[in-house]
Design a protein around this ligand. Sequence first.
Ligand SMILES: Cc1cc2nc3c(=O)[nH]c(=O)nc-3n(C[C@H](O)[C@H](O)[C@H](O)COP(=O)(O)O)c2cc1C
Length: 338
Amino acid sequence: MQMKHLPAAWKRGTDFLGTRYAILCGAMTWVSEPVLVSAISNEGAFGVLAGGNTPPDLLAKGIADTRARTDKPFGVNLITVAPAFREQVDVVVGEKCPFVFFAGTIPSGKDISRVKAAGLKVICFAPTLPLARRLIQQGIDALVIEGNEAGGHVGPVATSVLAQEFLLNIKEIPVFVAGGIGTGEMIAQYLSLGAAGVQLGTRFVAAEECVAHPRFKEALIRAAARDAMPTAQFDPSLPAVPVRAIVNEGTRDFNRLQLSLLAEMKAGAISREDAMRKLEEFWIGALRRAVVDGDVERGSLMAGQSVAFVKKVQPVREIIEELVAGAENALARIAGEA
Ligand SMILES: Cc1cc2nc3c(=O)[nH]c(=O)nc-3n(C[C@H](O)[C@H](O)[C@H](O)COP(=O)(O)O)c2cc1C
């Protein structure tokens, strides 16, 4: 579609990503594989391959498969707490993947330097301004701020508050906003505040090109915003990062697992670290059950509150066109033209 306002509004983002649109489809474990990632990039947005718990050789294959499907830019997301994280870093460095996203925890200065030394761009998630400043000093190239409305593992602060905190204060590097974005109209608001671009997840799960099981997509289509809830932490002795997902029996399984691990910890039968690892393993397995096997009862239906805007299965092209048209119209309204 013809864009009048957007090219200037998100120029910093499109220049950084080398794309037509400054819209990222954030990495989603089991979901963001070569077919979806390449479809997003081929349509002018920016796909990100999910490293998740993928063994290094399969990650290399995923990168090769994506490259075979698109000559457009895409990123690779690595989770710092994944068992094979270091080997995965070796793969992205060896493969010279131009955009490396570090998720999970704050990456070490050493990991950042290693990727930067290979000439690759490093993009990080920062939960607070001081941490963002430290990462900028360590040389990262861009930030994603992800609010509590997002799907998957979430922090405590709303996207709207993070946006004001970060966009009004961080000028050194591009900042992309994620969490709860379902429409182009909302994209325009974050661009007006100074965002370089945006990252969406949930809306792209319902893409035709997405490999997620049809029952997973159907569950998203049926759900309302209020169905996508974050999990609770029962006791600070067992820190459990909240995960936002559509509530089902899988959510209750997670609660039962937390309680039994807490009892085991109290009895000295398991260490805190091992209990925390078991919680994370639960999510990887439960998400696979839902996304791959279509078990929408006991699997994890990770989704953001933006699930409110998932109305049907649509081709990636149509989703992107809707977002772009909505953003363009909203910017025209802001400019007093509509
Ligand atoms: C099913 C699912 C799996 C996700 N897995 C990951 C992941 O592996 N790594 C990551 O950094 N973010 C992950 N996310 C977060 C997304 O990349 C994205 O930031 C988020 O979905 C944005 O919020 P939205 O869902 O409201 O659009 C996941 C989100 C969903 C819905």
